[in-house]
Write a protein that binds this ligand. Structure first.
Ligand SMILES: O=C(O)CCC(=O)C(=O)O
Length: 210
């Protein structure tokens, strides 16, 4: 039997659903090498109830993949909401609208899909990768991640070599990878031996970026 998820809602925003702060004054940009950049807005989405409604309400699917000639479980659960598909929470529509308001002028297109990952505890993780299944392999783009729930370490490393970068993402943090980041850098969310509860990551992407 699967252990129940440890969902630790934030106590910072007891009312939930507070108006989203405009991004321009709160987002800090870090210019990376090779035309990549990262924006970080700590605690941008403080909603206390969003984690439990997504963790419990989204139709999560488990995936398996081949590793060293064995079929293994992918250590996280996944969901994907394609262009035009209703998002599971209205609040995410407001989040996507706010992201579009901020990033559309430079990006020239809207963020239209939402991928979601559920990391049930510290054993769940994602290995080093870039989002290069689609246009991110060839073109500059934006991948905007909202992190909900347990704090987890998010790492970025340049493919051309050099030091990696670490973000300790906390509940409500927004982290946006932009420019060439998907093809010139990789990102990962390592496992942790710490006792951590569930984390949901929501990734907003443009059409054809996966
Ligand atoms: O959990 C995260 O924030 C990262 C997710 C991710 O890298 C991906 O699904 O491609």
């Amino acid at each position: 039997m699967q252990a129940p998820l440890a969902v630790q809602p934030s106590l910072l925003d007891p009312e939930g659903g507070a108006p989203l702060a405009p991004l321009a004054p709160v987002v800090a940009r870090i210019e990376l090498t090779d035309g990549a950049w990262v924006d970080h807005a700590p605690g941008w989405l403080p909603d206390s109830d969003l984690l439990s409604s997504l963790a419990g309400g989204v139709p999560w699917r488990a995936e398996r993949r081949t590793m060293y000639e064995r079929i293994v479980d992918v250590p996280r659960l996944l969901a994907f909401f394609g262009e035009g598909e209703a998002l599971p929470e209205d609040r995410l529509v407001a989040v996507r609208d706010a992201l579009d308001e901020h990033y559309l002028p430079a990006l020239g297109e809207r963020l239209v899909t939402a991928g979601m990952c559920l990391y049930r505890d510290g054993r769940d993780s994602v290995a080093w990768h870039g989002d290069t299944i689609g246009r991110g392999a060839r073109e500059d783009t934006v991948v905007a991640i909202v992190s909900l729930g347990a704090p987890r370490r998010f790492l970025l490393r340049p493919l051309s070599g050099g030091p990696s970068l670490r973000f300790d993402l906390a509940h409500g943090d927004l982290l946006v990878m932009g420019g060439s980041c998907q093809r010139t850098w990789q990102h990962a969310l390592p496992k942790t031996a710490r006792q951590v509860g569930a984390r949901v990551s929501v990734q907003f992407r443009a059409r054809g970026v996966r």
